[in-house]
Design a protein around this ligand. Structure first.
Ligand SMILES: C[S@@+](CC[C@H](N)C(=O)[O-])C[C@H]1O[C@@H](n2cnc3c(N)ncnc32)[C@H](O)[C@@H]1O
Length: 285
């Protein structure tokens, strides 16, 4: 199925000027000094040169910055984030230019119209891990099949709550015509409900990647008729009452402006009040 929902992805960087580069044998200290001045550094030869520079950066910062108290750790992370994101990789024809680099399918999926750009090394690492998870799949104890989480989508790494929900679903004796899932993420809870014979789940998420990922994952299979998706806030466009409302919400109070994946973890002040306010009208009593 084709969708015109735009996914969140790292913004391509365009660079006109020649960049300083780093490879094995380049002076590490001078490179880190350049990063501290805000200069970008290009990894040109081997992918591993970038890994090695990130390692050197950690070693350098550990010596320079205290890293014990919460505030010190936060300052450490901020500085590491700033400097590491000045380390760049070049992408030509949707492939990394460096040797011995991983193949990352997201580059073709997300940047098919852009034949030359740069991304930061941490962004490439994020895309690479996400590609491995997506390609190889992740086994989740309560599901028959592996999940293939889409880039930038929350997926569970602990399973106690899923087992709890599964046990609850086993004992649930009520009607199973329809349910709503708010914040479907990679879809695990909805798939559990379908496994337990709910006929239809109406789901939402404010993260476009979750919606696009599931549209792609379900394709035109039977599942796509059982789980209907809406890219929207809380109940989105789903108006009708259902027998069950499921929401595994973000669990930490918001501390800063939400970035996309953070919306899976941090909630704003009004989320729960809004949820209970809209939800009241939507369950069958
Ligand atoms: C903790 S994750 C749970 C994902 C999935 N249901 C699971 O159990 O693995 C929370 C999800 O809720 C989504 N979310 C956060 N705020 C939302 C809102 N106001 N409306 C709809 N979805 C929201 C996030 O994007 C994220 O996918």
């Amino acid at each position: 199925m084709i969708t015109d929902i735009e996914v969140n992805k790292p913004e391509p960087i365009a660079i006109g000027k020649k960049l300083k580069s780093f490879k094995q044998g380049t002076a590490v200290k001078a490179t880190i000094e350049a990063l501290k001045r805000g200069e970008s550094i290009l990894i040109k030869e081997f992918y591993n040169d970038g890994i090695s520079l990130l390692h050197d950066l950690h070693t350098y910062l550990k010596l320079k910055l205290p890293n014990k108290s919460f505030l010190e750790q936060q300052a450490y992370r901020t500085e590491y984030y700033r400097l590491s994101n000045l380390i760049l990789l070049e992408i030509v024809d949707q492939k990394l230019c460096v040797k011995k680099s991983p193949g990352i399918g997201w580059l073709e999926k997300f940047y098919s119209e852009n034949n030359h750009f740069f991304l930061t090394f941490p962004q490439i690492q994020g895309l690479n891990s996400a590609w491995q998870w997506y390609q190889n799949g992740i086994s989740i104890p309560v599901l028959r099949n592996k999940m293939h989480p889409y880039y930038g989508t929350y997926f569970p790494t602990r399973f106690e709550h899923l087992v709890l929900f599964d046990n609850w679903l086993k004992r649930y004796k009520g009607p199973k015509k329809t349910a709503i899932e708010i914040g479907i993420g990679c879809g695990v809870l909805s798939l559990q409900m379908i496994q337990h014979h709910f006929q239809k789940v109406y789901a939402t998420d404010i993260n476009p990647n979750a919606i696009v990922g599931l549209i792609e994952f379900m394709g035109t299979t039977k599942l796509s008729r059982k789980i209907e998706l809406d890219f929207g806030h809380l109940f989105g466009k789903w108006e009708k009452q259902t027998e069950l409302i499921v929401f595994n919400p973000p669990w930490l109070p918001e501390v800063h402006d939400l970035s996309h994946i953070d919306a899976a973890i941090y909630y704003n002040k009004t989320l729960f009040a809004d949820f209970f306010c809209c939800g009241k009208k939507k369950t069958v009593t």
